[in-house]
Design a protein around this ligand. Structure first.
Ligand code: HEC
Length: 133
């Protein structure tokens, strides 16, 4: 029967499981192994990031003239991310260029999002990631 003790045990096991059950492909669009290796898509995102975004947002997204994107990605939605990258953004911090005429960045928005989401979740730190084999 359902005793208070079983209830507590269920509650405990549920809260322990939460971080894992809450994760799905949409929430966690990357795979990090050993804290250093990224799946191929996310790794390409890092390379794109380094080529086009790092000069304003810092080597690993930690912020410079542009805001800290590891923080931002915990706040803005994926749609907002895609939209900002496509159309740019002028606000209180400064001006972010639009990337709509850059086919590499436009095609790589999903990969950029994956890398920055991994940074935002703390799955990968402010380190140079490696590509998982
Ligand atoms: C020339 C500098 C510059 C470059 C290059 C640049 N950004 Fe930005 N970005 C900014 C600035 C400045 C802002 C803040 C605009 C504001 O709100 O005042 C910003 C804002 C953003 C935001 C919105 C953050 C938020 O919290 O709303 C995202 C997302 C973003 N940038 C992604 C990127 C990505 C991805 C790239 C590379 C493809 C990139 N940026 C390249 C300067 C830059």
């Amino acid at each position: 029967m359902f005793s208070p003790k079983t209830g507590l045990a269920l509650l405990l096991s549920f809260s322990v499981m939460m971080p894992f059950t809450a994760a799905n492909a949409e929430d966690t669009p990357y795979t990090v192994t050993d804290g250093t290796h990224l799946d191929a898509e996310s790794y390409n995102g890092f390379k794109l990031y380094r080529n086009w975004c790092a000069r304003c947002h810092g080597t690993y997204g930690q912020g410079m003239v542009g805001p800290n994107l590891a923080d931002s990605l915990g706040v803005i939605s994926k749609e907002e991310f895609f939209d900002t990258v496509e159309n740019g953004k002028s606000g209180t911090i400064g001006s972010m260029p639009a990337w709509s005429s850059n086919p590499k960045v436009m095609a790589g928005r999903e990969q950029l999002y994956r890398y920055l989401k991994a940074r935002s979740d703390g799955a990968i730190g402010e380190i140079k990631p490696k590509k998982a084999k």
